[in-house]
Design a protein. Sequence first.
Length: 134
Amino acid sequence: QYIMLKEKNIEEFLTKKGWNFSNNKSIVGVIMPSKIDLFFGTGGIFTTKYIALHFGEDGIAVMPLNNLTGKIESKSSFLITNNRIKSIIFKKNFLSYQLVISGENFELKCRVNKITIAASWHKKGLANILEQYN
């Protein structure tokens, strides 16, 4: 997938929302379709979904990207505030990491590729975030 999003777009979006932005703290994650969703056809995620994640001072902003335009889907974006986060784990795989963000009543899992084509900011952001949470 070719991600056209720029870190500047993330900064503009977060600023508009009133959420904190920090340079080089953004990454792109991939949420895979769940086998159960595919098998039973019960709503949920049918296709691979790309999300931008921003690790800011006030928490983690989760911004789903539109599969066609690559733009941030404003309506389905949300902030997981720091006080709701219990753990942030990056499990290293061959070409990617499995990221698990857990709280009291939620768990967000996604794959974070080490390199994302066309998003040069992803590599810098990933290095900074790994330094902080590994």
